[in-house]
Design a binder for this molecule. Structure first.
Ligand code: SF4
Ligand code: SF4
Ligand code: FES
Length: 504
């Protein structure tokens, strides 16, 4: 037996209590103790009568999910720890204490008819099912309906009505990937908001069955949509624009204009890849990036109007073939110009180069890719931040693509810490738990209103910690957060490069 633990538990009986309260208990602890056992001990020792759910105790039934220190966890799987705060899952009515009413969740599930549906009589003919198709369905079949993914999904937080949520999309994917099911599941997934997922990855991070929901359910469903032409007109417009204008905005290709007067070569070992959004909307930031890179000894080339879109927005809308074609063309352009390393300030582009190109273009030789924050942090001894920025309370928003997807958390924070007089304060949900700004998964292009609703959630997080500036490392986050601001927020949205340039 080791030291007793202190745990705090949400207590609320809507039949009796006017509002919820938290009660603290001491629990006898032993090595390897799980949370369910801790609650059980509290009930035995203190006659606390905490209501909670438990069935299989084997991570199979999904009934025991609760919030542990703000994160959804299976009480039968998670170790008990000192100082834990236990709460019920959000978004559902509380029946009592840690027990939520699953009625809404279960009836939504039933509505999807999550069983095999065919128009013809399957018993009348034989059908070959390829092993790879079985594998795709099997990935999705691991779902135990624990609701953990719903608790962290930023789109649901923005508006539950427009997106049914990751658990249900996983169920639809399971049926859609099953060649025996002919019930038009892909169209159903679209009706239930398939394109309103930001593909931020927060759901996969908490899934106790390690289902890659954005990568294996959402992304594949969207690819089928594109192949079968079950898309909205805006999706085709984005894909066509990337093909003909080298940007997803339907704008004339003027991607080199920001660099006028900088005297940048168009070929060289180190290339600065601007990304479409920055090239059109954040020219000053790009110019500042080049100056900072020069200060750390990186003389960069750029592609100007020859810079193709990284095509991440195309892939997010299901355009797999176009993504592969554009990717090959872009990599070819890097090779033609003798490029050995590529630096970008865009987190979407960085993800495309480091995750999606290797996945969709296996075996293709590529340069090395870096995010500008990594290059600057690596060479920080060559940068002296002289200017005092007293009173600036900075909170850093981890872009999903750079942070959770690619694991870059420290470099931007290192740079912020170098700013004299400024204070770095962390919001709720940072690093791998970060919440999307709302722009991801091409939502900024296909559903701007929803993107801003989700952005609003992040703005509130920044305000809650008294931030005077919210800094990010991605033009998509910067644009969407900026556009999600409301009068009186008293908050500046800044790019890390902008902040750092001002501090030098
Ligand atoms: S990837 Fe993000 S937005 Fe999409 S379902 Fe998962 S948590 Fe929700
Ligand atoms: S997808 Fe994962 S997190 Fe979501 S309900 Fe299923 S098992 Fe739980
Ligand atoms: S009790 Fe079944 S998953 Fe925890």
């Amino acid at each position: 037996m080791s030291e007793p633990l202190k745990i705090k538990v949400f207590r609320y009986d809507p039949q009796v209590d006017t509002e919820p309260r938290y009660e603290e208990y001491s629990v006898d602890h032993y090595e390897g103790m799980r949370i369910w056992r801790a609650i059980d001990n509290v009930n035995e020792k203190h006659s606390a009568n905490i209501a909670w759910r438990l069935s299989c105790r084997e991570y199979l039934c999904g009934s025991c999910t609760i919030m542990v220190n703000g994160k959804p966890k299976l009480a039968c799987k998670e170790p008990a720890e000192d100082g834990m705060v236990l709460e019920p899952l959000p978004y559902f009515p509380v029946i009592k204490d840690l027990v939520i009413d699953r009625e809404i969740a279960d009836s939504r599930y039933q509505k999807l008819k999550p069983w095999l549906l065919r128009q013809d009589d399957i018993s009348k003919r034989q059908m070959k099912v390829h092993q790879s198709e079985v594998a795709k369905t099997r990935d999705m079949s691991a779902c135990i309906g624990c609701l953990a993914c719903l608790a962290v999904c930023p789109t649901i937080k923005g508006s539950w009505d427009v997106f049914i949520g990751p658990m249900y999309q996983t169920q639809l994917a399971r049926s859609a990937f099953n060649p025996l099911d002919t019930a038009g599941r892909v169209s159903e997934a679209v009706r239930y908001g398939l394109f309103n997922c930001t593909q931020c990855g927060a759901c996969a991070e908490v899934c106790p069955k390690n289902i890659d929901i954005p990568g294996k359910a959402i992304e594949r469903l969207r690819i089928i949509c594109s192949d079968e032409q079950i898309c909205y007109p805006i999706h085709d417009e984005v894909i066509e624009s990337v093909k003909w204008n080298a940007n997803p905005f339907g704008r004339e290709n003027t991607k080199g204009r920001w660099a006028e007067g900088l005297d940048l070569p168009k070929a060289g070992k180190t290339l600065f890849y601007t990304g479409c959004l920055s090239a059109f909307e954040f020219g000053e930031m790009l110019r500042a990036s080049v100056q900072l890179l020069r200060q750390v000894g990186k003389s960069v080339a750029y592609l100007a109007e020859d810079e193709l879109c990284c095509s991440e927005p195309v892939l997010r809308l299901g355009g797999e073939h176009e993504f592969i074609k554009n990717g090959r063309d872009l990599i070819g352009r890097f090779h033609q110009r003798g490029v050995e390393e590529v630096i970008t300030g865009c987190s979407e582009c960085y993800r495309a180069f480091t995750i999606d190109y290797p996945k969709y273009l296996p075996g293709v030789e590529m340069p090395q890719f870096f995010h500008i924050s990594q290059v600057l942090a690596e060479n920080k001894d060559k940068l002296v931040a002289n200017k005092e920025m007293k009173g600036l309370k900075i909170t850093y928003h981890d872009p999903c693509r750079l942070g959770r997807n690619c694991g870059v958390y420290e470099a931007p924070r290192e740079l912020i810490r170098m700013v004299k007089g400024a204070e770095l304060v962390e919001m709720e949900r940072t690093r791998e738990e970060s919440i999307c700004c709302g722009a991801g998964g091409s939502m900024k292009l296909s559903n701007d209103t929803l993107a801003k609703d989700v952005g609003r959630v992040r703005i509130e997080h920044a305000k809650n910690v008294g931030g005077s500036a919210i800094v990010s490392c991605c033009p998509w986050c910067e644009q969407n957060l900026q556009q999600s601001l409301e009068e009186g927020d008293g908050l500046k949205v800044m790019n890390i490069v902008e902040l750092f340039s001002q501090a030098l």
